[in-house]
Ligand binder design. Structure first.
Ligand code: SME
Length: 165
């Protein structure tokens, strides 16, 4: 069992700093990409409030123009997402984080869970190559702010080399 001292006391910077330390401790010595993605999804799911989905879509070398579902927490989700489709596909196609306050206003949004209202998708780059995306969904519109984006981008910068396989 792992126990973490993660609180933040309402301070996003402190919360993401603590999450970074926990994620570092969980993944630093483990070479298995699936294990590291699984623990990252569990950590974010447990400590970030108001989520209804947290997990990864990966780039599979055999089909390099689409994302395939990776480790996650939440409801069963769509398995493959072509680059350019939906919020995850937009992040993959552009290589830029997509922070969406209201997914219903996002063209092509893929509704895996009808409860989702806001979404944050962070592309994960390693040596200039896209290896996947982190996808967080929330039932609360406007749930993700700039601090969440910066925090999750920093977490993925650390995690990327540890899930590159
Ligand atoms: N809503 C996403 C699809 C993935 S699920 O939310 C888990 C999208 O539009 O890319």
């Amino acid at each position: 069992m792992f126990t973490f001292d993660i609180d933040g006391g309402g301070d996003s910077a402190a919360l993401y700093r603590d999450l970074g330390q926990a994620l570092d401790a969980l993944t630093a010595d483990e070479p298995d990409a699936i294990a590291n993605m699984a623990n990252a999804a569990a950590l974010l799911w447990e400590y970030l409030p108001d989520l209804n989905w947290a997990g990864f879509y990966r780039v599979d070398g055999a089909r390099p123009d689409e994302l395939v579902l990776g480790p996650f927490q939440g409801k069963a989700a769509c398995i493959r997402i072509p680059f350019g489709k939906g919020v995850c596909g937009a992040a993959a196609a552009t290589g830029t984080t997509q922070r969406v306050d209201d997914v219903h206003a996002f063209p092509g949004h893929i509704a895996c869970d009808a409860a989702s209202a806001a979404e944050l998708v962070v592309p994960i780059m390693v040596d200039g190559r896209l290896i996947g995306v982190l996808d967080l969904d929330s039932p609360r519109a406007g749930r993700f702010d700039a601090a969440d984006q910066a925090g999750c981008e920093a977490l993925m910068a650390m995690l990327g080399p540890r899930i590159a396989g």
